[in-house]
Every structure is written in structure tokens, then in C-alpha cells.
Design a protein around this ligand. Structure first.
Ligand SMILES: *Cc1c(COP(=O)(O)O)cnc(C)c1O
Length: 478
């Protein structure tokens, strides 16, 4: 058939609107998105006529136009941001939203945002209040700091601190700490942006106290220490402890600022993890300002938390950038809930999902893996299913060298490729994300919850994820 006659076959919009599928679509989502979908699907079809020589394919698409339009409309009208099941074993997975928060913290958001709140209103005095007031005292109690605030994320904290305290002068940093955190966040670039002049001292592997001491001059505004979260220098190395730098800063009348990256309030060594400098240690070392992320090891919402001496925090609160970087009420609500958990360490370790996952024993994780293995095996799927020891990671630039012994389930499909299995699981209404290891698909049970285990098994069966031909799959999407 000629292309021209194919173009003539394209149905009129009125005719399409008469079909059962489009009537149902209009009923469900209204006329406007349906008309958008019609235009888009027909435009795709025209392009296909232009390119495709196989007439059976064209015929198939033609017959399925109403169903395609229905699906397209549904897609236009459905939410795109949705929960996924993280089977990667990476606890702080930046692409999967970093730290999940616990259910009470999540519930606090819905209460606060669906109503008015005392966000910036002092209920005692009836005057204007401060949004940080809801957690400032609590945070000071936990960390031992004099004052606290929070901004949008930790990259913003560093930008704010350097802009407010470093502008128009020099900031001293060790060459071993001029790091790139990822996502284009590089300490030297942030410095330039904030208008402070970078004064590098020492060498990549070694920086001595004298290096800092000699660099201090009348133009020095602050000393910055950066926790090299995502890499480590081993061997012939030296960094100057914060305690010594704090003395130097105090003698010179300038603040010592420490970017801790991942903030932790708990000594994680007790739970079998490597030592990660805690926020309290930084405060005890005499650091004047400490900043850290809310959604890394702390296990809270995305935020940049800044704590320290009141004279400096007050200056930060008044800086114009603070307004541009401010946190919203959702974040305030979750931060307060999260800090409340930390009043009891044993409780925090069990209830804050990030801490629970990181500190859970191999045996506990293995129990969940066994359950998943058993449920999958019961369903007689065309695949080789086995329990599999693996290694989880903290992620988010934390503990870069640490692998946590873990357990999961590996799946080797018999009828389809591992890549197709991975793709099908990714396209489920609740996506299941895993990784490919030794040519098998692997789900690490450390980052999968108890409730998700039967859900995963049921979905794999119902949606015929492992079958060569999926009966319910028309047009490639369920
Ligand atoms: C992760 C990190 C940041 C950036 O924190 P975000 O909250 O992701 O903006 C800054 N500094 C260090 C040392 C970090 O590890």
C-alpha cells in the first residue's frame, strides 16, 4: 500500500471520540487531556507511516489507536513521583531519594501542611516567631551547641556560611580537603561563588599546623575544615585535628567552620560501623560552626543544618541569602520529629530507617531474604532462585570504603534476559530496583522492608515478569 493511502486511514478525531476507550477516558479524566493524547498519538502514527515499511506493524498500531490514546491520557493524568522498592542494598541512594523517614515523621507533614500552623508565630507572646525555634533548643540539647538553624541542603549551608563570614577576605582550607562532593558541588567553586578568596595550605596528603598558622593574616576571615566524606587518603598522611585548629582560630579572632557532610549524632562504632566524626565531637573540639546534611546518616529530611556559637549563627540568620535558602514547613515538621527521636539513642537506632538498615545484623537481613526466596520458589516461576550473600553500602558519600555483609535473593530467568527482567521490574506500578551481579538479578534484603517482601513476590507472579510472553501486556505496558 502507498503511504498516501495509509494517511487516509488515520481516523477522524470525532470517530475516535465515539470509541468505547475514549468515552471512558473522557469520563475519567476530562476532555482536555484526551484531546492532547489524541494529537500526540496521531502525530506519532504519522511519523511511523513515514518510516515504517512493514505494513503489519502499521496495521497493528492503527487497530490499537484508541487503546493507545487511553493509555496516553492515563499517563498524562497520573502522578509521576512515586514510591519504589529499593533492592540495591545502597541505604542512602541519592537517585532514590536518599533517606526514607519514619512513619511518624511522615505523618507530621500531613498534619502541618493540611492546616495552618505556628510556623513563624509565637503562641506565648502573640508576636512573630522564627521557623527554627521549633527545633533549635532540641538540637542544642542534643549537640551541645549554643544556637542552630537550617537551610535547604548542606551545599546551601556551606554557601551561606562562606558568604556571610568569608566574603571580602580569605578562607583557609587544606589542599587535602578541596573535594568534589558530586552533583557539581566543589568546594573551590562554592568559595568563588560566595566571594571569599581561597587560601590553600599544605599538600594533598599532608597538612601541618604550621601551614595554617603561617597562612593566617589580616585578611583571613575564617578557617574551613571539610570532612572528605566520599574518599579517603591512606598511607603517608596528616591532617590537623579540629581541636588544634579551634585554638588557632580563637587566637586569631576568626571562626573555625567544619563541614561534616554526613551529620551523625550517634557513635556508630558501637554498632559495628567505622567511626564517623559526630556533631557532638565537633562541638566539643571547639569548632565555631558545624554544618551537615539532614538526609544522609542523620536519616531526616533534605536540609542543611548549621549549629554553633550564637554570635555567628545570629549573623547567618540575618544574611539575605538565608531568605533565599530557607526551609519550608514540611522540612521543619520532619526535622523536629527526627530530632525528638534522638533524645533516646536506642530508640533512634531502631526507628530511624537509615540507622535501622545500617545497623541491622546479617542474621536479621537473612531472615527477610529467606522469606522472599521461599515465596518466590512457591510460585513455581521460570527462573533459578537462590539465596545469595552480598554486600550493602551506606551510599550518599558516607563510609566509602565500608561494605556491610548482607543477604539477598538472586534470580536467573529461564525464558528472558536479566536485562529484560530488570526493565520489567522497573516499569511496575511500584518499581522494584535491584542490581545485576554475576549475570544474575540481585535483590539485597537490607534495604527492603518486611511488608515489601510478599508484595514483590506477588507482583512478579501476577504480572508474569519472568514469562516470555505476557498475556496481559498489550503495547508493552501494563
Ligand atoms: C554531601 C556533602 C555536602 C552536600 O550536602 P547536601 O545536603 O547533599 O547538599 C557538602 N559537604 C560534604 C562534605 C558532603 O559530604
Amino acid at each position: 500500500m502507498e503511504k498516501k493511502s495509509w494517511y487516509r486511514k488515520i481516523p477522524k478525531v470525532d470517530m475516535l471520540l465515539e470509541t468505547e476507550e475514549l468515552q471512558a477516558a473522557v469520563e475519567a479524566w476530562g476532555r482536555t487531556p484526551v484531546m492532547d493524547a489524541v494529537r500526540e498519538v496521531l502525530a506519532d502514527f504519522r511519523r511511523l507511516i513515514e518510516q515504517e515499511t512493514d505494513e503489519s506493524i502499521l496495521l497493528d498500531v492503527l487497530e490499537n489507536l484508541p487503546a493507545d490514546i487511553f493509555r496516553r491520557t492515563k499517563k498524562i493524568c497520573s502522578v509521576n513521583l512515586k514510591p519504589v522498592i529499593n533492592g540495591t542494598g545502597t541505604v542512602l541512594h541519592t537517585n532514590l531519594g536518599r533517606a526514607p523517614i519514619h512513619s511518624e515523621a511522615a505523618a507530621s507533614i500531613s498534619k502541618i501542611v493540611s492546616s495552618y500552623s505556628n510556623l513563624e508565630y509565637n503562641l506565648q507572646s502573640g508576636d512573630r516567631g522564627e521557623r527554627y525555634s521549633h527545633f533549635e533548643e532540641l538540637l542544642c540539647r542534643i549537640t551541645g551547641a549554643e544556637a542552630a538553624m537550617a537551610v535547604n541542603n548542606n551545599a546551601a549551608s556551606v554557601l551561606l556560611v562562606l558568604s556571610a563570614l568569608g566574603r571580602g577576605g580569605e578562607t583557609i582550607v587544606s589542599r587535602g580537603e578541596l573535594v568534589e562532593i558530586g552533583g557539581k558541588f566543589r568546594i573551590p567553586d562554592v568559595m568563588e561563588e560566595s566571594g571569599t578568596i581561597l587560601r590553600e595550605v599544605g599538600c594533598t596528603n599532608k597538612t601541618h599546623y604550621e601551614d595554617y598558622e603561617e597562612a593566617v593574616n589580616d585578611d583571613t576571615k575564617l578557617i574551613l575544615k571539610v570532612h572528605t566524606s566520599n574518599y579517603s587518603i591512606v598511607g603517608f598522611t596528616k591532617a590537623v585535628p579540629a581541636k588544634e585548629l579551634a585554638q588557632l582560630a580563637a587566637q586569631s579572632g576568626i571562626p573555625l567552620v567544619e563541614d561534616l557532610g554526613s551529620g551523625v549524632f550517634i557513635n556508630l562504632e558501637k554498632y559495628g560501623l567505622p567511626h564517623e566524626p559526630t556533631v557532638q565531637e565537633a562541638v566539643n573540639n571547639g569548632v565555631d560552626i558545624v554544618c551537615f546534611s539532614g538526609d544522609k546518616l542523620l536519616g531526616g529530611p533534605q536540609a542543611g543544618i548549621i549549629i554553633g556559637k550564637k554570635i555567628y549563627i545570629d549573623r547567618l540568620k540575618k544574611h539575605p541569602l538565608t531568605r533565599a535558602l530557607r526551609i519550608d514547613k514540611y522540612t521543619v515538621a520532619v526535622l523536629e520529629q527526627c530530632f525528638l527521636e534522638y533524645l533516646r539513642e536506642e530508640k533512634a537506632v531502631k526507628r530511624i530507617p537509615v540507622l535501622r538498615m545500617l545497623t541491622e545484623s546479617y542474621e536479621e537481613v537473612r531472615k527477610r531474604a529467606e522469606r522472599l526466596e521461599q515465596l518466590l520458589k512457591e510460585k513455581c516461576l521460570p527462573a533459578e532462585i537462590s539465596l545469595c550473600d552480598c554486600m550493602s553500602q551506606a551510599g550518599g558519600g558516607s563510609f566509602p570504603e565500608t561494605e556491610i555483609p548482607s543477604c539477598g535473593v538472586s534470580i536467573l530467568p529461564e525464558e528472558i534476559s536479566v536485562t529484560l527482567l530488570q526493565e520489567r521490574l522497573r516499569k511496575l506500578s511500584i518499581a522494584v530496583i535491584g542490581r545485576v551481579s554475576q549475570e544474575r538479578f540481585l535483590l539485597d534484603a537490607r534495604t527492603i522492608t518486611e511488608e515489601q517482601i510478599p508484595e514483590i513476590a506477588a507482583r512478579i507472579k501476577q504480572e508474569q515478569i519472568l514469562d516470555k510472553e505476557r498475556l496481559t501486556a498489550k503495547g508493552g505496558e501494563l
